[in-house]
Design a protein around this ligand. Sequence first.
Ligand code: SAM
Length: 222
Amino acid sequence: MKRLKKIASLCQGDICADIGCDHGYLCEMLIDKQVKQIFACEVTTKNLEKAKQNITRYVQKHCKNVSISQNQIQYQGGSVTFVLSNGFRDLQILPECAIIAGMGGDLIINILFENLQKLPNVLVLQPNTKVDKVRTQIIKYYKILEDAILYDGGKYYNIIKAVRGCDSLSELEILFGKTNLQLLHNDFKQYLKSLKAYAKNIKNEKFNKLLSQIEKVEELYE
Ligand SMILES: C[S@@+](CC[C@H](N)C(=O)[O-])C[C@H]1O[C@@H](n2cnc3c(N)ncnc32)[C@H](O)[C@@H]1O
């Protein structure tokens, strides 16, 4: 939940789409944040149905003037629309902000770049893997405003907020995130420590390089 709360805190705009909403918990947080139009998007009917059930229960408990139709819930102050869609393909509107969280980096990149006309102004991404690859790809079209690392439920999560534009990042910024390197929060330092312990056990060129990159960052604060 700490992970989803951080993601929700980074969302902005009146129209937000959660691509791969699954359980719908992030959409519930966006309702609390008073986002006016929320699009809960899923590639599987099963998960879309699960989101619909959870969000319906949530809205009935927390919102006023609720009206429910097949693909939409309206309530005082906003609505949630449920969209069965592979990525942005069947989403008929262009959201101001899109969230793609809890997926592998390659999948996030594919979803984003299969249709360049449909890219929103703001992105909040939480890749489970290949975070550096995601940064390398998105800076062709986006400027990264914030990188965050947080520890939740025994795991470290990387979260990226970006706005339309383009960016140029150093090798270390691509690997670890620019604002992580600027702010050097405790969760980030702990993340480096655990990454270092992991990298030390794998003896190959890639992990040797990673170790020396981690050590360069550690020099910034030791
Ligand atoms: C591990 S869950 C993460 C759920 C939620 N976003 C979170 O961060 O907790 C990934 C979800 O993305 C959905 N998904 C995978 N590929 C997708 C795609 N191409 N378009 C939309 N949803 C997709 C899956 O069905 C699944 O529900």
